[in-house]
Design a protein around this ligand. Structure first.
Ligand SMILES: Cc1cc2nc3c(=O)[nH]c(=O)nc-3n(C[C@H](O)[C@H](O)[C@H](O)COP(=O)(O)O)c2cc1C
Length: 206
């Protein structure tokens, strides 16, 4: 029996053309203890069912936003989802404690290469810096914020053979979350969750 339930909120406006996220989606859909919601498929006109989404949140321990980075942020439906679902009295305010103690992180792909997401790179900010509004959303709502799980250089990832590696890491990460085998202190401090998973691999081979 899975110990911890994981909710993946997947947001890709053109999933049929995806070379990265589509594979992560399929992998997550086939895992015990993981619920996947394809937001653009479920809400093509953005009419988000607030009660249903709040219920989903209550029933899970870890919440993941999965998306391709669009203009240094999430695709639009995830913003609409936040604006509607994270209501006062549910997610924040003196009685809004429904999310307290849960974990939250982003699983994202970016067209830009890793070295572009540096202070001296052409995007000027690290991915963790660019995600600060989501980090603060998690903090305000009482969730523990973990580092993002990220793939950079997404457009050449398939031809470079990096997609399979990333999907493999994703499966390991989801399995560890469900089994309760994640060191959350470490996972919140690294720049990318990928680094945390690499330390697990190293420990396993030592
Ligand atoms: C509207 C739009 C905005 C984008 N904005 C960014 C961006 O801000 N930074 C970036 O690195 N890539 C950006 N990209 C590239 C996507 O992040 C990239 O194509 C995607 O992560 C690839 O994943 P997929 O194969 O699953 O679609 C953008 C792409 C589109 C279509």
């Amino acid at each position: 029996m899975p110990n911890n339930k994981v909710l993946v909120l997947y947001a890709h406006p053109s999933s049929h053309r995806s070379e990265v996220n589509q594979h992560l989606l399929t992998a997550a859909q086939n895992m015990d203890g993981v619920t996947v919601v394809d937001l653009y498929k479920e809400y093509p006109t953005y009419h988000i069912n607030i009660d249903k989404e709040q219920q989903r949140l209550v029933e899970h321990d870890t919440i993941i936003f999965q998306f391709p980075l669009y203009w240094y942020s999430t695709p639009a439906i995830l913003k609409e989802w936040q604006d509607l679902v994270l209501e006062y009295g549910f997610a924040y305010g003196s009685e809004g404690t429904a999310l307290h103690g849960k974990n939250f992180f982003c699983s994202l792909s970016a067209g830009g290469k890793a070295d572009a997401y540096q202070t001296d790179g052409y995007n000027h900010y690290t991915i963790r810096e660019l995600l600060h509004p989501l980090e603060q959303m998690a903090t305000l709502t009482g969730m523990r914020y973990l580092a993002p799980f990220a793939l950079f250089g997404a457009r050449t990832a398939q031809e470079d053979g990096r997609v399979d590696i990333h999907v493999n890491q994703w499966q390991k990460l989801l399995e560890a979350l469900v089994a309760g085998n994640v060191n959350f202190d470490k996972a919140s401090q690294v720049e990318k969750l990928n680094h945390y998973l690499e330390t697990l691999d190293n420990e396993a081979t030592q």
